[in-house]
Ligand binder design. Structure first.
Ligand code: NAD
Length: 354
């Protein structure tokens, strides 16, 4: 197949890790007989330096007309004094909104080779942990009306969801569960919140269309607890913006290493923005020691969700697993007895195993 991929390396370690993910995708194209073309645009601080704004209209248009977008990370101390509305992170928020990507996907997988990095007891993670958290990204309390009383002693934030917003997110969750282990857990606070009752009713109604998916419902406080006590029970979890923000960070902590975690933000059709969950790590930039695996695994999600190339995605994930099996580690995931490698070498090692 032919695919046009926009890359947005961003700032600090962003270009280092993006370069390695592109290297891996180029190898996938070569091995499986595809033609991928990559076009690079500036985002965040890099865009501020070049054009005075964190996201240009040209970059957004390029992202909207590409088959998929792969991003590194944005921000850092160089732009800390820039006014709040023009900061690098604003570029990323504007990009997500401009691309209308409303479903944020965060896989939480504990690589058995890195089990030591997981803060949970070994008996709790003795069964495989492979959770897909799907967080609604463009609604909820983050986008509702806000107010502060005149005397500044009272504040309100409005939580709002429409059936259509819940439905489009839930459909992605059901489709994903069908392709995975067939289980979907919808997380809400329907015992208290009206928004959550609307959320649950909508998911319940949709579930009739997906008889092959086993659906369960969980209150968010219980879900937070169950993620720690029995994470192996979850397959796909769907939830709103606020609850998803918290639960997905909790799941990242369970997985143990920031540098390993990929993410995808999806919209209608095959549109998608793919990025590692970590930031631009200014403290280690320019030293070739950043872990590129989160970005490389984001590339695997890109292959699967935007290009429909599941076999190729599995090839990337398997290659990452084999590199870990062979004992190679960047400094952030290093433990005794392993071989320490840099960012470029890690990318090459994955490439060689495809
Ligand atoms: P960070 O994620 O950049 O770094 C936190 C710690 O994790 C640092 O010690 C860093 O060295 C380490 N780390 C992160 N990624 C790593 C990797 N791939 N390999 C090895 N170590 C890694 O978070 P921060 O320091 O709070 O933020 C730095 C900048 O990144 C800030 O400007 C912040 O706003 C921005 N940020 C951007 C995004 C994004 O682009 N999506 C996300 C979070 C933070």
């Amino acid at each position: 197949m032919e695919a046009r991929i926009v890359t947005l390396p961003g700032d600090y370690i962003g270009p280092e890790i993006t370069r390695e993910a592109v290297k891996v995708l180029m190898r996938v194209a070569e091995k499986f007989g595809h033609s991928f073309t990559f076009k690079e645009y500036a985002l965040g601080g890099a865009s501020i330096d070049a054009y005075g704004v964190p996201l240009t209209e040209e970059t957004l248009a390029a992202c909207n007309s590409a088959d998929a977008v792969l991003m590194g990370s944005v921000g850092g101390p160089k732009w800390d004094k820039v006014p709040a509305d023009k900061r690098p992170e604003k570029g990323l928020l504007a990009l997500r909104k401009g691309m209308q990507v409303y479903a944020n996907l965060r896989p939480c997988r504990i690589h058995p080779q890195l089990a030591e990095a997981c803060p949970l007891r070994p008996d709790i993670i003795s069964e495989p942990i492979d959770i897909m958290i799907l967080r609604e990204l463009t609604g909820d309390i983050y986008f509702g009306r806000r107010s502060r009383s005149e005397d500044r002693t009272r504040a309100t934030d409005e939580m709002a969801y429409s059936v259509a917003e819940v439905e489009r997110l839930a459909r992605i969750g059901f489709e994903m569960a069908k392709k995975r282990r067939g289980r979907l857990c919808s997380v809400d606070k329907a015992n208290v919140l009206e928004c959550s009752r609307l959320w649950r009713e909508t998911v319940q109604r949709l579930s009739a269309e997906y008889p092959e998916v086993d659906v369960s419902y969980m209150y968010v406080d219980n879900a937070a607890m169950q993620l720690i006590l029995h994470p192996g029970q979850f397959d796909v979890m769907i939830t709103g913006n606020l609850f998803g923000d918290i639960l997905s960070d909790e799941s990242a902590a369970i997985a143990g290493s920031l540098g390993m975690m990929p993410s995808a933000s999806l919209g209608d059709g095959t549109r998608g923005l793919y990025e590692p969950i970590h930031g631009s790590a200014p403290d280690i930039a320019g030293r070739d020691i950043a872990n590129p695996l989160g970005t490389i695994l984001s590339g695997a999600l890109l292959l699967r969700h935007s290009l429909g190339l599941n076999e190729e995605a599995v090839a990337v994930e398997t290659a990452v697993s084999r590199v870990l099996d062979d004992g190679f580690r960047t400094p952030d995931i290093y433990s005794e007895g392993c071989r320490k490698v840099g960012c470029t070498e890690m990318g090459t090692l994955v490439t060689e195993r495809i």
